[in-house]
Design a protein around this ligand. Structure first.
Ligand code: NAD
Length: 360
């Protein structure tokens, strides 16, 4: 409550004032939440929330994210809603940031009540995006990767790398990763972090070397151009490709010949056709919406020699699921502070009076 209108004969009531304080989960709070629960538990829980929401996909309002492009990067808003909640994420993608000491991707997000429009949660989403992207990748791979996959190649060893690797361990039991990055310092960082977690890590000198013997190939590089991280000859039969880094117009990672051979699975086709690897293909290039694999409406992997490709760009429903998860954790006592974010006059029409009374 932020009104002092106790003398005006208006009876203050408790519910709106409680609603007017918005829980805020800072980066520090998020780190405590994850470290107290354990990152692999959080990744599995997030995958469960994402799967539950993907299974009720038709219930959501969906739109491609709203992107504002500049020569350096992109700033995006990612909204979605069901009948109860509205969520959005603010996120950027600036590949040059890392060289200047900033994150390539930073984010925050809001979850609100559809019933009255009041925000219910404001949270950091830089760590949460890494977690939800990794949980989504592993959830998809659980349904598409070849049976008994044991080794992943991880090309691009930046901020997302360890999250991706640990999600594959948490959801698929995969514990061997072959790392490659054009910057040896990034690989050395990932070797340190993942070895400390008990992951079997092989540092490689080229992308060709990294994909040797891997059943799953994750590409997670950041470069604002049509790059060719994988060429056709690097991808054998019976492989699952988890393509994370191609997520903007003019920013892709795979040679088009791979797309011609692979069965492509996507989040939301209207967004992926603008941003994903398939921007290189005809507008009617065949794709399967992953949520339909979960519900049984479409087949996943059909034979051992098939090449499956998750053309990931990141969709708003994954953030909505992540926001739902964090709000549930906050309600169960996870660290947060309450923000006085919403005006709360005792008489809802006397906003001006509240301002006047605040003079003291
Ligand atoms: P980052 O800048 O921290 O790391 C990127 C790494 O890629 C760097 O270490 C860089 O040296 C390496 N790299 C660049 N070109 C390379 C090449 N040709 N071969 C090998 N390595 C190369 O970025 P990040 O936060 O880890 O994000 C990685 C990518 O994933 C970005 O493009 C980002 O936009 C994307 N992303 C996608 C989603 C999604 O939902 N699909 C979510 C988050 C991030």
């Amino acid at each position: 409550m932020n009104d002092m209108n106790l003398s005006a004969g208006f009876v203050p009531h408790l519910a709106p004032s409680a609603l007017a304080m918005v829980p805020f989960v800072s980066v520090q709070d998020m780190m405590r939440l994850v470290n107290e629960a354990g990152i692999e538990t959080v990744l599995r829980d997030l995958a469960r929330y994402i799967e539950a929401d993907f299974r009720r996909w038709p219930e959501f309002d969906k739109t491609p994210r709203v992107a504002s492009h500049s020569p350096e990067g992109v700033i995006e808003l990612m909204p979605t809603a069901d009948t109860e909640s509205y969520g959005f994420k603010y996120v950027n993608g600036h590949p040059k940031n890392m060289r200047e000491g900033y994150q390539t991707v930073t984010a925050f997000g809001v979850l609100s009540s559809v019933a009255n429009g009041y925000p219910q949660l404001l949270t950091e989403m830089t760590i949460l995006t890494a977690l939800r992207t990794a949980a989504t990748s592993a959830l998809v791979a659980k349904h598409l990767a070849p049976e008994g996959s044991e080794t992943m190649a991880m090309i691009g060893n930046g901020a997302q790398c360890e999250f991706q690797t640990l999600a594959f361990r948490a959801l698929l039991g995969l514990n061997r990763v072959r790392l490659y990055d054009t910057d040896a310092a990034a690989t050395a960082k990932a070797v340190r972090n993942l070895t400390a977690r008990g992951v079997e890590v092989i540092a490689c000198r080229s992308a060709e070397e990294a994909v040797e013997g891997a059943q799953i190939i994750t590409t997670c590089t950041a470069d604002k151009r049509n790059a060719t991280i994988l060429t056709d000859n690097m991808v054998g039969a019976g492989v699952h490709i988890n393509a994370i880094g191609g997520d903007c117009p003019g920013k892709t990672e795979l040679h088009a010949d791979i797309l011609a051979r692979a069965s492509t699975f996507v989040e939301y086709p209207p967004q992926t056709r603008i941003e994903g690897e398939i921007q290189q293909m005809a507008p009617d290039h065949p794709v399967t919406e992953f949520w339909q694999v979960l519900t049984g409406a479409a087949p996943g992997r059909q034979d051992a020699r098939q090449i499956t490709l998750f053309d990931s760009v990141g969709f708003a429903i994954e953030d909505f699921s992540a926001l739902r998860y964090v709000l549930d954790r906050v309600r169960a006592g996870a660290p947060h502070v309450l923000l006085d974010m919403l005006a709360d006059p005792d008489d809802p029409r006397d906003l001006f009076g509240m301002l006047e009374r605040a003079k003291g």
